[in-house]
Design a protein around this ligand. Structure first.
Ligand code: BES
Ligand code: MN
Length: 447
């Protein structure tokens, strides 16, 4: 048996490892590892390689595995006799950068401004990879538990091959405690365990009114164009208050947390004068009720549009569903709504892009108590809160099914100002130090 490190020793070790960890975070962010189909997946291979090198450097036995999708990295160190095994999850792929002009510094060159690091994936979720590395480096030979580090390569594109990967490597991955370092904290200075996440249903709806484009003056007035028809259909998705108007979707109560409207407005960057939508408590609207957003519309660009009626138009919709909702049933409900409400007899085609399950976690028991106490220590006495997240980590439900006995701790890398998925994504440096320390304390105290 190794002697556990004291809290003081662990703090010192995290401080000692900090420069190397931040340098490695910058190296990982420099790789544009985007798993979306239209991007060069050689970068995802490179980020898997670098992740593998980092884990090898922590003394783990490492393999890069694939199951018909992007490469994942599995690193293992067996448990000392009688000690539990902890699975540490993160993902090494990132979202596309969106509009490059909106970034204040190059998305793939980590840049520090006012106590934050900026770059695509610096929080979501390359910080997760480096938090695991930091904890393992800090503990070194004193690591008192077994670990399996599992770093996925296509989370941001829906984890298409994850189920196969998990079943093919079930034995290698099995653990007593699972730490999913891919969520957010409640506020800067207040740590959180995420106990519910919404599910996701992304779909396309295409409306067709004409065989091909025709003169908008000659035919307009009697012949409907597809963009107007689509706009009217999209307008039926919410009621006047802004609540989702699709029948049959689950709505549930949320945790008794107060999310002040002013705080949400500031975190979202909502423009002055623009109203929040929906009714009910904000944490319900964000975490435990459905939301439905239009993510894109395929139509002629305004500057290039001829004077012609548009014959067909497609929108991409994203539905977030409450914990406990069935994604397939939710998809059917939205598809039925779209087919029933299309105006003027327009031809409707609804196509599913992808589904992801919601989840809820019973965060009681010893590992959760140890995690909360590690948080309190790392955040200098601040009490952690249990939060929901409106975003989705669909495979948590898969982990729950595969390892029903395991305690699943969903920990935060981002804070509400991290702008994950947006331009100028950032990681709060002082929070990251606490995140790393908390994870080291957790591993130290779980044995
Ligand atoms: N890490 C995010 C989820 C998240 C974001 C949690 C912010 C807490 C705060 C995750 O990587 C993500 O974005 N997931 C996708 C899932 C989808 C691709 C199936 C999402 O929610 O859009
Ligand atoms: Mn993520």
């Amino acid at each position: 048996m190794t002697t556990p490190l004291s809290e003081t020793e662990l703090r010192a070790a995290i401080t000692r490892e900090r420069p190397g960890v931040l340098a490695d975070l910058a190296r990982l962010v420099a790789i544009p590892s985007i798993a979306f189909p239209d991007f060069d997946h050689a970068h995802v291979q490179r980020s898997a390689q670098l992740t593998a090198d980092l884990l090898r450097g922590c003394g783990l036995a490492v393999e890069i595995v694939e199951a018909g999708g992007q490469p994942a990295v599995i690193g293992r160190k067996p448990a000392p006799p009688g000690a539990p095994t902890v699975l540490l999850y993160a993902h090494h792929d990132v979202q596309p950068i969106g509009d490059a002009a909106r970034w204040e510094s190059d998305p793939f060159t980590v840049t520090e401004r006012d106590g934050r690091l900026y770059g695509r994936g610096v929080a979501d979720d390359k910080a997760g990879v480096l938090a695991h590395v930091a904890a393992l480096r800090a503990l070194g030979e004193a690591l008192p538990v077994g670990v399996v580090v599992f770093v996925e390569g296509e989370e941001e594109h829906g984890s298409g091959s994850l189920e196969r990967l998990l079943s093919e490597h079930r034995e290698a991955i099995a653990a007593d405690v699972i730490v999913i370092a891919d969520s957010g904290n409640w506020e800067v200075g207040v740590p959180a365990l995420t106990t519910t996440l919404r599910g996701i249903v992304n779909l396309f709806v295409e409306l067709r009114t004409l065989g091909s484009a025709v003169h908008s003056g000659v035919f307009g007035g009697a012949v409907p164009d597809a963009l107007t028809a689509l706009s009217r259909l999209l307008a039926t998705l919410h009621d006047d208050a802004g609540d989702v108007a699709v029948d049959g979707l689950l709505r549930r109560p949320a945790a008794p947390l107060d999310y002040p409207a002013e705080r949400l407005r500031a975190e979202a960057g909502l423009l002055d004068g623009v109203a929040l939508i929906g009714t009910g408590r904000l944490v319900e609207r964000l975490w435990t009720r459905p939301s439905l957003s239009v993510l894109g519309i395929d139509s002629p660009r305004p500057g290039e549009a001829p004077n012609a009626l548009v014959p067909s138009a497609t929108a991409k919709l994203s539905l977030r569903i409450a914990p406990g909702e069935d994604p397939k049933a939710a998809y059917e409900a939205v598809a039925a709504h779209l087919r029933t409400n299309a105006p003027w007899g327009a031809d409707v085609t609804v196509t599913l892009e992808g589904l992801g399950s919601p989840c809820q976690i019973d965060a009681t028991g010893r590992p959760f108590d140890i995690a909360r106490s590690a948080f309190r220590t790392a955040w200098d006495g601040a009490d952690p809160v249990d939060i929901g997240i409106g975003g989705s980590i669909p495979f948590i439900a898969t982990f729950q099914e595969m390892f029903p006995e395991a305690a699943i701790l969903v920990t935060g890398m981002s804070d509400p100002y991290s702008r994950v998925h947006g331009p100028n994504e950032s990681l709060h440096l002082a929070e990251f130090d606490r995140i790393c320390l908390a994870e080291a304390l957790l591993l130290n105290n779980l044995s």
